[in-house]
Each structure stands twice: as C-alpha cells, then as structure tokens.
Design a protein around this ligand. Structure first.
Ligand SMILES: Cc1cc2nc3c(=O)[nH]c(=O)nc-3n(C[C@H](O)[C@H](O)[C@H](O)COP(=O)(O)OP(=O)(O)OC[C@H]3O[C@@H](n4cnc5c(N)ncnc54)[C@H](O)[C@@H]3O)c2cc1C
Length: 482
C-alpha cells in the first residue's frame, strides 16, 4: 500500500508544464486545438492535450456532433446542418477532404397546432422530376408562402441577412479584427450585442413582421433548431432562422469527423474516455486531475464544454453566470406515423416535416422523415422537450420496429438579456470557450469563439502569431460564392 502511495504521484504525473490542455473534444475543443497549432509553431516546447470524458458507447471525438445508427443507416443525432456562410466549418471540411452532402431545399412542411395543420407548403415533385418542374414548384411554393405571410417573409430575410453580414466580420484578417477578452466586447465590435438584450419576438415586431408569421413560421423554426419559442434572445433567434435558409449541408458520413480530423491536423494528443475532475492553479501552471487518477501539468487550460451540467472542481473557485441548458430529446423511430393522430385518413397526407406552434399540449417540437424505405416503412427523427414514453409513441406511430432515444443537454435556454460568463475564468491562463454559446449555439459559433480564444491565449502567453490571416470573407473570390 505504502509503495503504491509513493509510486502513484511519480508515475501518473504525466505531462510537463508547457502543455496546453483542452477539456472537451467537440467542435469548440477541436477547433481551439486546430487554431492553436495553425497560428504558432512554438508551443513553449509542450504539446496539445485534449480530454474527452465521453463514455464507452461513443468512443470518439465530436461531443454534440454524433451519429446514431438505425436499421444499419447512420443519421446525425445532434448538430446536423451547416449554413453555406459558415466559413470556418466549410474550410475545415475542405482542408480535411471531407465530402459535403446537401440538404434538400424543398421539404414539405406542415405546421401543426395540436388539432390540425394550419398551413402546409406544397408537396414537392417526385424524385427524378425534371429541372423545369422543380423550378416551377419552387416558384409556386414561394407564392404560396407569400400569400399567407406576405411581406413579413421579406422582412424576416432582411433581419437574418443583417445578422449574417455582421457575423462575417469575424472572418476578417488579423489586421482589422482585434483579439477579444470578453464575449460582450466581441459581440459589441460586430454590432451583434444588442440582439442578445431583447427577445427574438421583440426584434421581429420592430422589424415589421406580423404576429401570424411569428407565431407560426418563426416559432416552428425556433422550436426545431433550439427547442424553444420565439421568446428566445434575438441573436440565438436570428441564427436559428438562418438555419432555415437554402444551401444547408452536412458532412457525408457524419459531422463528428470535423472534430476528429481537426484534432489529427493539430497533432493533438486525444485522451479518450478520460474526464477531467478538477483543475487546480499551482502558482505558474494548472494541474488537471482525471477520472483515471492521472495528473497533468498544463501551462494554459481551455475549457471547451458548457460548465452548466459538468462537475469540475476548480481551485481557487471560479465564478460563472448561472445558465440553464435546454434539454432536447431526440427520438429516432423506424416505423410508420399514424395518420389518425393527425386527423388524416392516409399516411401519404402527412407532411414530411411537421413543425409545431407553441401550444403546451403538443408533446413534440418536430417530426421529420430521415429515410423512406417504402411508403410503409420510414425512419423518423422526433424532437421534444420531454422524454416521449412508449404509450405516447404508440399513439403517434401506427408501427414501430426500432426506437432510439437520446437526451441532449442541447444548448442554453435562451433568455434576454443574456448574461455572459468570462472568457478568461481566473484572470490568468484558464479560458472558457462555451461562454459564447449564450449568444448562439452552433458548430460555427463554437469555431468562431475557439478562434478568438486561441488568439487570446497565444497573445497572453506572448507567443508569436502570424502577421496576416485570411479566412475568406475578405477574399473577393470567396465572397462571390457566399
Ligand atoms: C439535437 C441538437 C441539434 C443541433 N443542431 C445543430 C445544427 O443543425 N447545426 C449546428 O450548427 N449546431 C447544432 N446544434 C448545436 C451544436 O451541436 C453545438 O453547438 C456544438 O456541437 C457544440 O460543440 P462544443 O464543442 O462547444 O460542445 P460539445 O460538443 O458538447 O463538446 C464538449 C465535450 O466535452 C466533453 N466533456 C464534458 N465534460 C468533460 C470533462 N470533465 N472532461 C473531459 N471531457 C468533458 C463532453 O463529453 C463533450 O464531448 C445542435 C445540438 C443538438 C444537441
């Protein structure tokens, strides 16, 4: 026993000061590693270590980017769609040689109010329809939407484009983009901060949208993308609305490959199934203790996971703003929807994407078809705020061959005005990427926040940075196809 006690600290005190340690292997942690390795070759002689506590079932990097297998097919279970103007993620995919698959732009959407479909877009033409027929369908669909929502559609688009234009500033070169040491400063610089102070609904009313568009179309989108109503804060709402635009894509084979690929490209050491239990500041470095009993000395530490439901002990203690995570239950069902549940006589009359209004009695936020094996056999994804029990699922579905449930601490529960935790948790070398998630949670926002944290960390460690950086937004060739 004595021998064990003496040996353990010697054997398990693994790394040397000079290492930079990152807690979390999701897109925020992996892009922090990537940007750190990209921006400097001089990491004080140390290495990049990334810790991932993820349990046995999913032994890989990615965090909230993960696939689920239903009937032999892999589907995105968490973060699934990428906006065409998400320049970091697009660049990551190109750099890693990952192929993109585009999302169809012509979903047949039905808006469910708990007793009927109050609005439906037009049924898309059958697969293999001619180019002309598809174009005609798109035109008729636009007219159909305009008839119901009028100019509010144009105003909504203007609101989203304005947010996107401001967001593009985060891709400016180093010369015209400062390093930020707080989220507030970062958002104020691009002109996005005010959007976090008021609800989406308030912003849209001021932008001139009518109440029907907000209670139907806008609410459907915020419920699908953030599991919340139009009373979420304005920036998260604008990001969510951008997620309904055309040109969305995903990585073929799973978005998690972005995280895995970035860690490889950064030459980071990935400690899989090794959770960090405590982070202690020891005068001139941090000591990270893992659930395997190992200790790591780190010159700087980056926390790349939301701290709201994670139990890491910090000494000295840190102070973060209270924040609730919104849980989204993703239920994957192979089977067939029950038309009677929707007051219909045939399953072929049920829209392919069911969005919902903010009615407390509706037990789900959305239902979408992921794959059609035949007219009688499909795989669906259901999002809900609470777990869907078997008897409820047996009402909604007439047949279920396979059911998989995932309970995600998915994104922050957005409440305006948002309050942000510090980016530098202790005034020294302890950084927190996921405080930015209180502005908006997405793969790209994770990457943008990570890029700033990487620059901030290198600047504070006084390591040299490249003098120029071009990520595309200020490159006219790239801007042309945005
Ligand atoms: C259902 C759902 C749908 C979504 N849809 C989209 C979408 O369509 N498009 C989009 O852009 N975004 C979407 N998002 C949001 C997006 O997935 C997240 O914003 C993003 O993946 C967060 O990445 P992250 O690296 O910041 O955090 P995470 O992915 O959560 O990574 C943090 C990692 O840290 C690990 N960890 C935690 N504690 C410890 C510890 N103590 N020690 C070691 N490791 C630890 C966790 O296991 C996790 O792997 C969705 C999210 C969900 C859940």
């Amino acid at each position: 026993m004595l021998r064990r006690l003496l040996l353990v600290p010697l054997l398990l005190h693994a790394a040397a000061a000079g290492d930079i340690c990152i807690v979390g292997s999701g897109i925020s942690g992996s892009s922090t590693a990537f940007f750190l390795s990209n921006y400097t070759t001089v990491l004080s002689g140390g290495q990049l270590r990334v810790f991932e506590r993820r349990a046995k079932r999913r032994r890989r990097a990615g965090g909230r980017l993960a696939t689920v297998t239903v009937a032999g097919d892999d589907f995105e279970a968490g973060g699934s769609i990428i906006h065409p103007r998400n320049l970091h993620v697009r660049r990551f995919a190109d750099l890693l040689g990952l192929a993109a698959k585009t999302n169809g732009d012509d979903d047949w959407l039905g808006i469910w109010d708990g007793s009927r479909f109050v609005f439906q877009t037009l049924r898309p033409p059958p697969p293999g329809a001619s180019w002309l027929r598809r174009k005609l369908h798109a035109l008729l669909n636009t007219l159909h939407l305009l008839k119901r929502y009028g100019l509010s559609l144009v105003k909504m688009d203007r609101f989203v484009q304005d947010m996107l234009q401001r967001f593009l500033l985060y891709y400016n070169g180093f010369e015209s983009r400062p390093v930020f040491d707080s989220v507030e400063e970062m958002l104020k610089w691009s002109g996005l901060y005010d959007l976090t102070r008021r609800t989406l609904e308030e912003e849209l009313v001021d932008a001139g949208l009518n109440s029907q568009t907000i209670s139907e179309l806008v609410t459907v989108i915020t419920r699908i993308n953030y599991g919340q109503s139009a009373s979420i804060s304005g920036l998260a709402g604008a990001v969510s609305l951008a997620g309904s635009e055309s040109g969305l894509w995903a990585v073929k084979g799973g978005n998690w490959q972005l995280a895995a690929g970035l860690l490889k490209a950064a030459n980071a050491t990935l400690h899989l199934q090794e959770g960090i239990d405590s982070i202690h500041y020891a005068g001139d470095h941090y000591v990270l203790k893992s659930n395997k009993g190992h200790e790591y000395d780190c010159e700087a530490t980056v926390v790349a996971t939301p701290l709201d439901e994670v139990n890491i002990t910090f000494s000295p203690a840190i102070s973060i703003s209270p924040r609730k995570m919104q849980h989204t239950h993703a239920t994957f069902v192979r089977g067939l929807l029950n038309p009677k549940y929707f007051g219909l006589s045939s399953v072929s009359d049920i829209p392919e994407l069911i969005g919902t209004m903010e009615v407390p009695e509706i037990p789900f936020s959305s239902i979408s078809i992921l794959k059609k094996y035949s007219e009688q056999d499909m795989t669906y994804k259901v999002f809900s705020r609470k777990k869907l029990n078997d008897s409820l699922l047996d009402d909604i579905f007439s047949r279920r061959k396979e059911t998989i449930r995932i309970n995600w601490p998915a994104y922050p529960h957005y409440e305006a005005p948002e309050v942000f935790s510090p980016l530098i948790l202790d005034g020294k070398q302890l950084y927190y990427v996921n405080t930015f998630e209180s502005a908006a949670s997405a793969m790209e926002t994770g990457a943008v926040a990570a890029e700033n944290v990487a620059r901030l960390l290198l600047a504070r460690l006084r390591l040299p940075l490249p003098s120029r950086l071009h990520l595309g937004a200020d490159d006219p060739d790239q801007r042309a196809d945005l």
